[in-house]
Design a protein around this ligand. Structure first.
Ligand code: ADP
Length: 718
């Protein structure tokens, strides 16, 4: 009786499909196969193989077992867990797990290998070739490595000493050098590192929150934990997740310093062939440390023993498009499935993680002081109601004064404004028209470097027109409000001799550019850095002593659930860039709301009071971490069909204790690329199985073909 293989295919299908296993194929869980799906042939992964006895429906057979390496069972389990968590088809996380295989298999390369035959005659040049040939190189590379001409190599091939062979090279990631010494830890760092290594030595799933102020040495501490894991088990692998590519470069350099070799890198800017090499090396356990962005969580680790989520509070761990997930939460789940340890590190942990630490679910390790003589910066508020900047300007007199003092001492200034471009809004003075992207209700942002108006949501862009497209008035379009480019312009007019640079995702598009800018800042080739959040975290600039926050109130507008928490985190991180080593730093926050609890907590550097107030407010309203949230975003091109669908959904809410549904209402962005968007919100008690509720609900109403309905579990904004 042939066996039946259940195969998961990266297509939006709710379940794996059954196929017959051809005689002798010997399929196992995790194997990659080619299967027929309608008229197409698809790649899929075997999730189970069972006895076909008693099965009477004829099944299509598996076409072939692919040569690509199998997915480890634990990766497959994680993919399925993630799908259930996100109430989505397993196809999406599966596609992410297979993403590394998109590049074609590298062509086998012809390399020169030693045959064992001794050369008839030995010369110093020939000796160098024989030495270098141990590394199996292609002919030009061997000639270069040995410093000889092609003729020397040709001669050795003719004598039969060397042979040209086709070799499929498995990617080699040099093993970390575990003999190198780490930093000499100070007593509180030592205590935290010992607690981590002790915890990890217990084995199995373990979680810790490494909660230390900016500059306290969290990275040094977790590097010790990484070293301990690698030393204890020669097969162990470690994954370090980071929020930004710009940050990745700095952390990669520290890993390289600590372990003598660069770890594997995984993020969107890594070219596909290198991704494939990395994917295969991770799967075959030929790569022990991966440092990457959230998508690295889906790599096929053979023997994952530790995950570190650095800057765990960071919003960029939440993926909001395609497969929607919170990488920090999924990282905890993956550690659980792998029976591995996880360290969540931050100077401003998320309320969710703080709550888990308070409940004793995570070990809570605190570092309350900066390393060495460095002190926490002095934080002060500038009340813009009292000292407003001049019209069309954004820097107040007290901030400018502090900048003068700082630059005169030969120290550096960071001006922080979390807004890309020149101005967030372009308005027609004649008719009042606000420029928006076509069929989208988000404003076009003026970028003066490129002379274009850009939609940050859809990527649409156009040259800035001379006339208002609405009323036709000439030269009537004006820029309203500041972005980093405009603050840079103001800084240049105030300090014409200062060296000024802008750090935002527009100026820093590649890892190279980030490295260059961070390097220039580190060795003092920049006096004033105007930056968005891309530079607000993680970096240590020893000569940076003044951080000016241009608009501290920016994140508080709009009033969503996490506005206070997020603003506190962002501004504490930005302020935390000031003052390293012996130079004291200060941070000045320009605000129109100096009495707001977030501003008060920042000025008093009283995080605990802020957290306590925020926790109490969340508890009273049953919001996370005390309750659970989900959002349903439905979008469609036909407003009537869309409205009918969301109303039907609202009418079909399953009866469930402890669940409230709000809406439908317009989504925060009600029109994107011509699609109208509606939103329903769900709040549930912690005891509710939210996923089961959502799946049951979703199944009750058929989604019309013109509508897309996306379920977002634990939405970031609410
Ligand atoms: P965090 O991640 O908590 O912000 P880092 O690990 O980046 O802190 O440390 C801040 C700075 O202090 C870095 O430049 C780091 O190299 C230095 N540092 C921290 N601890 C030590 C130590 N024990 N010995 C030497 N330098 C240290």
């Amino acid at each position: 009786m042939p066996r039946i293989a259940a195969v998961l295919i990266p297509m939006p299908l709710p379940e794996p499909f059954d196929y017959a296993e051809p005689e002798g194929m010997g399929l196992e869980v995790g194997d990659q196969v080619a299967v027929p799906l309608g008229p197409r042939v698809m790649r899929g992964v075997v999730v189970s193989v069972r006895d076909g006895a008693g099965h009477n429906r004829p099944l299509k057979p598996v076409i072939e077992k692919l040569a690509d390496p199998p997915l480890p069972a634990s990766t497959l389990a994680f993919v399925q867990w993630a799908a259930r968590y996100a109430v989505d088809a397993p196809a999406w996380p599966l596609a992410m797990a297979l993403r590394g295989l998109r590049a074609p298999k590298p062509k086998p390369e012809k390399q020169l290998v030693l045959t064992g035959t001794q050369p008839a005659r030995m010369t110093p040049a020939r000796q160098r070739v024989l030495d270098a040939a141990q590394d199996h190189l292609a002919p030009p590379a061997l000639a270069a490595a040995a410093g000889v001409s092609a003729g020397v190599i040709k001669g050795l091939v003719e004598e039969g000493v060397l042979e040209l062979r086709l070799v499929e090279t498995p990617a080699a990631f040099d093993p970390p050098d575990l003999g190198l010494p780490g930093a000499t830890l100070n007593p509180s760092q030592r205590a935290a590192a010992d607690a981590l290594t002790g915890m990890i030595a217990e084995g199995g799933f373990q979680a810790a929150l490494l909660d230390g102020v900016t500059g306290s040495g969290k990275t040094e501490v977790y590097l010790e934990a990484v070293a301990a894991v690698l030393a204890a088990d020669p097969d162990a692998q470690v994954l370090v997740l980071l929020p930004e590519i710009a940050l990745t470069q700095a952390v990669l350099a520290r890993f390289e310093q600590r372990f003598g070799v660069a770890p594997a890198e995984w993020h969107s800017a890594v070219p596909p062939p290198r991704r494939r090499r990395t994917w295969e090396a991770v799967q075959a356990n030929r790569c022990r440390i991966v440092v990457g962005a959230r998508s690295a969580l889906f790599l096929p680790f053979a023997h994952l023993k530790l995950i570190v989520v650095d800057e765990e509070h960071d919003a960029s761990f939440k993926q909001e498009e395609g497969f929607i997930y919170q990488a920090r939460d999924l990282a905890v789940a993956r550690a659980h499935l792998e029976k591995a340890a996880i360290i969540l590190a931050s100077a401003t942990p998320s309320l969710e993680s703080l709550w888990n630490a308070q409940q004793g679910r995570y070990r809570w390790l605190k570092l309350n002081q900066r390393h060495g003589v460095a002190q926490m910066p002095d934080v002060s508020l500038i009340d813009l109601r009292e000292t407003p900047p001049e019209t069309g300007r954004w820097l107040s007199a007290p901030l400018v004064h502090a900048m003068i003092e700082t630059l005169e001492r030969g120290e550096q200034v960071l001006l922080f404004l979390n807004r890309r471009g020149y101005a967030p809004l372009v308005l027609c003075r004649a008719c009042g028209e606000r420029m928006t992207a076509p069929d989208t209700d988000s404003w076009l942002v003026e970028h003066r470097y490129t002379g274009r108006l850009v939609c940050h949501l859809t990527g649409f862009s156009m040259p800035k027109p001379d006339r208002c497209p609405h009323c036709g008035a000439q030269d009537s379009l004006v820029a309203v409000g500041p972005g980093v480019e405009r603050v840079e312009e103001e800084a240049r007019s105030l300090f014409p001799d200062a060296r000024i640079a802008v750090f935002s995702s527009d100026t820093v598009e590649s890892a190279e550019a980030a490295r260059e800018l961070v390097g220039a800042m580190e060795d003092g080739r920049i006096d004033i850095l105007v930056a968005t959040q891309a530079a607000a975290k993680g970096h240590n600039f020893p000569n940076l002593t003044l951080v000016g926050v241009v608009d501290a109130d920016l994140g508080l507008r709009g009033g969503d659930l996490r506005a206070g928490e997020r603003t506190f985190q962002l501004l504490a991180q930005a302020s935390g860039r000031a003052g390293r080593k012996e130079r004291p730093g200060r941070a000045m926050l320009q605000t129109y709301a100096p009495d707001h609890p977030v501003m008060q907590a920042l000025a008093a550097q009283d995080r605990d009071a802020f957290i306590e107030a925020e926790m109490t407010a969340r508890e009273l309203s049953g919001l996370p971490p005390f309750g659970r949230l989900a959002a349903v975003i439905a979008s469609g091109t036909d407003p009537v069909v869309l409205e009918d669908y969301v109303r039907a959904l609202a009418a079909a809410v399953p009866n469930a204790e402890g669940v409230e549904v709000f809406g439908p209402a317009d989504a925060p962005l009600a029109l994107v690329r011509g699609r109208r968007r509606k939103r329903l919100l769900v709040r549930a008690d912690r005891s509710v199985d939210l996923q089961a509720f959502l799946s049951a609900w979703r199944a009750r109403v058929k989604v019309p073909s013109s509508v897309r309905a996306v379920f977002d579990v634990d939405p970031y904004s609410f």
